[in-house]
Every structure is written in structure tokens, then in C-alpha cells.
Design a protein around this ligand. Sequence first.
Ligand SMILES: Cc1cc2nc3c(=O)[nH]c(=O)nc-3n(C[C@H](O)[C@H](O)[C@H](O)COP(=O)(O)OP(=O)(O)OC[C@H]3O[C@@H](n4cnc5c(N)ncnc54)[C@H](O)[C@@H]3O)c2cc1C
Length: 598
Amino acid sequence: MRLTDERELRFVLYELLDAEALCARPRFAEHGRETFDAALETARQIAGDLFAPCNRAADEDEPRIENGRVVTLPDYQAALDAFFEAGFGAAHVDAGLGGMQMPWTVAQACFSQFLMANVAAASYPMLTIGAANMLAAFGTEAQKTTHLEAMYAGRTYGTMALTEPQAGSSLADIRTKAEPTGEGDYRIAGTKIFISGGEHELSENIVHMVLARLLDAPPGVKGISMFLVPRYRPDGEGWPTVDNDVRLGGLIHKMGWRGTVSTMLNFGEGGDCRGTLVGEANRGLGHMFHMMNEARIGVAMCATMLGAAGYNASLDYALERPQGRPAGAKDPASAPVPIIAHADVRRMLLAQKSYVEGAFALGLTCARLVDEQATAEDEAARREAHLLLEILTPVMKAWSSDWCLEANRLAIQIHGGYGYTREYPVEQHYRDNRLNPIHEGTNGIQAIDLLGRKAVMQDGAALALLRREIMATVEAGRESSGQAGHAEALAEALDRLDRVTATLAAHMAEDAEAGLANASVYLAMAGHTVIAWIWLRQALAAERGLAAGQGGEARDFYEGKLAACRYFFRWELPTTATQAALLESRDDTCLAVRPEQL
Ligand SMILES: Cc1cc2nc3c(=O)[nH]c(=O)nc-3n(C[C@H](O)[C@H](O)[C@H](O)COP(=O)(O)OP(=O)(O)OC[C@H]3O[C@@H](n4cnc5c(N)ncnc54)[C@H](O)[C@@H]3O)c2cc1C
């Protein structure tokens, strides 16, 4: 999969997910394959011409403070302006609001090109679109009128301000306060840390979506509300010119993702920071979670596209780097071969391909579910899409960020010593990608969410639905002579997942801490099972493509899909058997070890 490779995008969008079928729905009736392809082409062009060239420079020249202002790389302005001018900030938004009214699936496919080219630059619109979507869902008419159009057009950027120094994973412990002013708004006071895009000069204004507590709020998560806090308040004529007392406490210097400014923000140092309530009081976390599925798909796509960038770079390198001779070659004077001739290097390439293309197809499958959830014809189908998304989201966020990071590790390994230098891009991919298992809920927290909530909610309804979807693919696989063995292996893995879920559910009912102690292994096992499902679907689509009799590059493309599917089933899926044995034995090694023993 390459930045300029339309083939992969076409395969996933049209041959796997039938994105064109969405055009039959009234919301997307103005669209067709031509408009989708034109948008993808524009995205590829802007990403290639403006985002990719400053990816390295932004890593080397991170944001700094000059004369009290945050200075970002000048090239970022041109790249981001082009992004918004081309309409990508509002790709999914109603035409009436100036948007393109595209399916989320196609909007995400377009956005993937920006993520691959320069994940740090793409973070600004990603955060802005996320904050705007939250406002569209829960904001008042006044909030929407003032901010929405400006956000989708890129005049105002957005942030998500959740984390505090003492409250990261445990948002129940946030302390930022909101006190009614008696004028319809609230006085906000508190400190937030790690806020991405928290201060810069890239846009006319910034709106922070801040989690805070009302003075009389109950303790814990049931007392958290969400507030819209602008950097500048409107003046008498409605222009955002009045300083809103949001102070930059400092910049955070990171190992990667350096082009995105990371800030510590102090709200209300001078006692005059004003915010307005978004949605209902004390329901802020619920509102935030409402948008979480989309945000977590976004993080998984960041991880995936960084994995893809590393795969591309290491594939190019392996084709060009001459080193060594085939194991059986006797003549030391013979020419060295490119390292791709060594099976161990091909192993590392195939592993990356299986992780990255598996994660990409899962990412767009989830994006397709977002479209189903919003536009499927009947209510039952919309509910099912929602339920499937509920269970797939933690899997996708954590699996993609763990395994596409592993892909980046392999990309460095293929480069040998050169991969460890700053002369090649793969070390930056690795550093950038290392964030993804941490933010937007650490992968440990995703695992607890999957096992403790999603797998058992509504008497296991989401897992049962996932089983139904996977079994439909298994049945189709059984009809194919090439995939029947994979279909059986997937059915067995699914049975294992069911058995383990039942064991752990019983364990959790007896003792929640013990039952959840090995949740990360459960997520890894569920993730490999889901990705095997995605690979079987890709293999069946590839077989259809081959049966249509295409030759040359198309044939190589489809056969590459079959090879990566085979790799995943032979090398990766069997690890779920070991994981299942560990989980079914209710192993308590990690639970029992005492801090003094470590
Ligand atoms: C570059 C960057 C950008 C970020 N951007 C934003 C942003 O824009 N907005 C924002 O609000 N936040 C942002 N964050 C914050 C991020 O979401 C938090 O760092 C993350 O949620 C983890 O919180 P923490 O760092 O306090 O770690 P902690 O919560 O202290 O966790 C430390 C470790 O303990 C584990 N752990 C914690 N609690 C449990 C538990 N109950 N059970 C099992 N294990 C547990 C975690 O999994 C982790 O491994 C960003 C962070 C970074 C590094």
C-alpha cells in the first residue's frame, strides 16, 4: 500500500466494502464512483505536494514559544489551508452547511492519505473535526451558529481538553471547576495537560472542549460536564477578539509526533475564563463517549498509516539494498543479491503487510459501520451497526496501534544499521507511532473496556452479533477450495474466544479484579481473531478478482492478498490457542506478584 497507490484504496472501498452501494441512500444520492475517486485523487495530491514534504522538517523543528506566541513550522499553514480549502474539513458534513455530504467511509479513506503523509499536521484537522462533530451532536443552536461553520472551514480549530496532571486514565478524578456566572455562562478554573493543538497561530480562534465539574456535582464520572471554552470571546460586534484567560502553562517536548503542539493549559488564572455548557450538566463523559468510537477509529487509522509508511519505505529499501548471497550460492565472486531475495526479509515484509493491510481494512470496515449506524434504512440495521461498532472499537484502537507499531519495528530491522539512523524515515515512523497505544485511552484501558463491558454487555449481544458476522464469512470461505482450511481455523478461533469469554465472565462475576487481570491477553486474542476474519474476507474478494481473469499487476496484487492472508493464518492466528490456554487456566501470576517482589 503506497501513498500514491490507488489500487489498495479501490480494493478496500469497492471490492471489499462496496462503498458505491451507499450512493443508493438519499443522503449520498449526489455521489457516485466518480465523485469518490475525484476526492481521493485530490486528497492524494494535496497530501503528496504539501503534507509529505514538511513531515521531516516538523520533526526536527518542533513548535516553540517566541515573544509569548507559539511558532509552528511555516509550511504547516499552507498545507492546512489547502486541506480546508479543498473541503476536507467538511467532507462528511451536510451540503446545506457547506459540506460535501460524503460517506464517512470515503472521508476516512481520503483522510488516510494525509495521515500517511504527515500525521502531526493532519492531527489539527482531526481534532477540529472531532470537536465540531461533538458540537453538532450536543451543542446549543447558539454554539453551533457561532462555531460550527468556522470549524469545518478551518477558521477555528478545536481541541479535546480532558486530561489533568492527576487524572489521565481515571477521568473520575478531574478537578477543573465550572461556576455559573449568572449570565448564562460559566467561570472555568483548572489545569489541563497534554492538550494537543492547545495554542498556536494557525487559525483565527481555538475552541477547547473542556471536561469540568460544576460546584454541586456528584463525585466521580457522574459529576463531569462538558464546556466549550474559546481562546477568544466575541466582542460587541461578534468578532473573536476578547482574550478569554486561557493561559499556556508550557509546551511539552515529545519523542515523536513533534509537529503537533502539545500544551499544558491553565484555564482562569486571572479569574475570567468563560465557557458555555455543551449538552446536559453532569453528562459530559457520556457525550464524550458518544463520539469516542469515531475518535478511536481515527487513532487506529493514524497507527495504520504510520505502519503503512514504514512498510512502503522498507519495501523500497529491500528491493534496492544489495547484501549477501542465497544460502546455497557457492561462488563468493558472484554479485550480491538485493535483500528482498532473503526469505527472512520477505518474512518481515509479509508480516508488515498482514498487519497494516489488515488494520486498514478493519479501519474502513468500522467507518462503513459508522455510515450504517447513521443511514441504514431500518432501525434494526442501525442498532446492529452501533452494537458491532461498540465491540470492534476497542479492538481496533488497541490492536492496530500495537501491531502497526510492530510493523514499524520490522521496517527498522529491514534497514539494518541504517534504520537506526536519522538518515532514513523509519525511525521517525516508529517514534511517531509509539504514541498510539497511549493516547485516546491506553491499550490497557481498552482491554478492560472490551472484556469488562463490551464483551458481556446486554448478555453478550455485541459478541453474538460479531460471531454472526464472522460465521457468515466462514460459511463463504468453506465454499472456496483455496480458503476452506482458513475458514475452519477461523471457526475454531471463534469457538475459543467464546469459551474464554464465558470463563472470564464467570471469573469477573466472582472477583472483578481477578477476572480482569489478564484483559490485555484477551484483547490480543480477540484482535487476532477479528483480523483473521478481515483477512479471510480480503482473500475471498481477491479470489473473485482473480476469477474475473485479470492478469499482470492486477494478478500480483490479488496473489499478494492471498499470500498475506496465508501468512496471517499460518504464523499469527495459532498464537490465540496459547493465549486461550493461559486465560482459561485463570492464571494469576501478574495478579499475585507483590510490589516488593518486583
Ligand atoms: C502526545 C500526547 C497527546 C495527547 N493529547 C491529548 C489531548 O489532546 N487531550 C487530552 O485530554 N489528553 C491528551 N493526552 C493524554 C492521554 O490521553 C493520557 O496520557 C492517557 O489517557 C493516559 O493518562 P496518563 O498519561 O495520566 O497515564 P496513567 O493514567 O497514569 O496510566 C499509566 C499506566 O497505568 C495504566 N493504568 C492506569 N489506570 C489503570 C487501571 N485502572 N487498570 C489498569 N491499568 C491502568 C495505564 O494503562 C498506563 O499503562 C495526550 C497524551 C500524549 C502523550
